[in-house]
Design a protein around this ligand. Structure first.
Ligand code: SAH
Length: 458
């Protein structure tokens, strides 16, 4: 057994001064150099802390009492103990500083790119009610249907806590209405342990520029009792509802959506506009959740791409073709690739909708399609990537290095994997020019970045 080196023991109560924040927003205080991570503690604060977990090189604690308060501490607008919005106890300014530092640290420690300019993060004027999509679990209590978030680190639904300060306010109203109508109509809630009941999740999505609303009822069974009455009451209460879909998920799983999605009422899409472009969005497709900041993010990506009318461009991880069509306004031709077939059919529809004939879309794994394109002789001038949190696949990075585009624009929602991938691209002959962080997710620890790389000339 390795010798325990921690200077504290579990359950010990200590006084701790905090000096830093982790990227999840936990306070960091040190005892003889040994870091203790403590939720709800801010830099420059002092607190009486109970040690709750002791590992070899770091531990965790819980605030029992604050001895001194930071001027950056604010009263959280919401006290629900869910897994989201973990930064509500700090001023928005401090949230932004914390995210900026997160990017800076990743660039320094992981990418070893200390000299690259990181611009000040672009925050929101109003950092509340930005989310255009939510998925709320449905459960049962004393025979009544309830909706709400899972309690932190559990699968217990906290009764009727579905409203959140980050949600678009209409969404909160729609979820409450679905819950109350479904309850009155006797629609049974899904019960996870027994795998019985019907309604599992309520998903609601809105178009920011159009105010259109989509409701997706995720059910265990194909049959949705009293669906006609539910639809009639909902559409009467919310005339902006343009689409009601049912998604059937028969499996015992934490994955929210099942394979089959069918139209119950209205259209299969809602529409939104970003800049001059209109987008059709279907139930299963990824669409950025913060519409105000999306425009800022895409404008930056376009600026970094520096496209001219002779350029062939690849947009990898293209979703419903949003970035692709922005690029296609300036490029000769854009090739988009995305793994979700429904998103690609949205992308094709969106190209038509906007009268664009110079964008072509492919379903597949970007890491497989890119080498195939290379083998076909596709020689892109610019490549844009916007991968999920795990970053770019190695094969995809290799394909980019083989293709030698003039520029790469890397849109990332995870600074650690961004930094890891930038190191590989740097070693392969690209130079990181600049990084622009954008706050797409206020009140949470997440941060988005757009990065420009250029091919180094020998
Ligand atoms: N650029 C788009 C989507 C970004 S989100 C936008 O701004 O809206 C990342 C997208 O990558 C998702 O649509 C996801 O379905 C897709 N994806 C995940 N893994 C993939 C892979 N291996 N190959 C291609 N697409 C993938």
């Amino acid at each position: 057994m390795p010798k325990q080196t921690a200077p504290v023991k579990k359950n010990e109560i200590i006084t701790l001064k905090f000096e830093d924040l982790t990227h999840e927003g936990n306070g960091v205080g040190k005892i003889n150099g040994y870091p203790l991570f403590v939720p709800n503690a801010l830099p420059d604060e002092e607190a009486k802390v109970k040690v709750v977990k002791v590992n070899k090189n770091f531990g965790f604690g819980k605030v029992l009492e604050l001895i001194s308060e930071s001027p950056e501490r604010v009263d959280p607008l919401c006290h629900v103990d869910c897994n989201g919005c973990g930064l509500q106890h700090m001023s928005y300014q401090l949230q932004l500083e914390m995210k900026q530092n997160q990017v800076k640290n990743a660039m320094k420690k992981v990418a070893h790119l200390e000299e690259v300019p990181i611009h000040p993060i672009i925050g929101m004027d109003d950092p509340l009610h930005y989310r255009n999509k939510v998925q709320i679990p449905v459960g049962e209590k004393d025979g009544e249907l309830i909706t709400g978030f899972y309690q932190k680190r559990s699968h217990r639904i906290m009764e009727n806590t579905e409203t959140c300060v980050t949600h678009n306010e209409v969404i909160n109203e729609v979820v409450k209405a679905v819950r109350s109508i479904a309850n009155r109509l006797g629609i049974k809630a899904y019960q996870e342990e027994k795998h019985t009941g019907v309604l599992r999740h309520i998903m609601v999505r809105t178009g920011h520029a159009t105010d259109e609303i989509m409701v997706v009822l995720v059910t265990r069974t194909e049959k949705l009792p009293n669906q006609d009455v539910l639809i009639a009451e909902l559409t009467e209460a919310f005339p902006n509802i343009k689409s009601i879909m049912q998604n059937v998920n028969e499996k015992r799983t934490n994955v929210i959506l099942g394979k089959k999605t069918k139209l119950l009422w209205g259209e299969e899409y809602i529409y939104d506009r970003i800049g001059d472009l209109t987008f059709a969005i279907s139930a299963k497709s990824f669409y950025q959740v913060n519409p105000v900041q999306t425009k800022t993010l895409y404008d930056k990506a376009l600026e970094y791409a520096q496209i001219d009318s002779n350029d062939n461009v690849i947009d990898a991880y293209c979703g419903i073709g949003t970035i692709s069509l922005f690029l296609a306004q300036q490029a000769k031709k854009v090739y988009g690739v995305e793994i979700v077939p429904e998103a690609i059919s949205d992308a094709k529809k969106n190209a038509k909708l906007n009268g664009m004939t110079n964008a072509e879309f492919f379903v597949g794994e970007a890491e497989k399609i890119m080498p195939w394109w290379k083998a076909q002789g596709l020689d892109p001038d610019v490549i844009v990537v916007d991968p999920p949190r795990k970053g770019c696949d190695e094969e995809l990075l290799k394909a980019m290095l083989d293709m030698q585009p003039k520029r790469i624009v890397y849109v990332s929602c995870n600074p650690s994997t961004l930094a890891r991938d930038l190191r590989i691209l740097e070693d392969g002959g690209f130079k990181t020019q600049e990084v622009q962080p954008v706050d797409m997710f206020p009140m949470t620890g997440h941060v988005e970045c757009v990065t420009q790389l250029i091919l180094k000339k020998d």
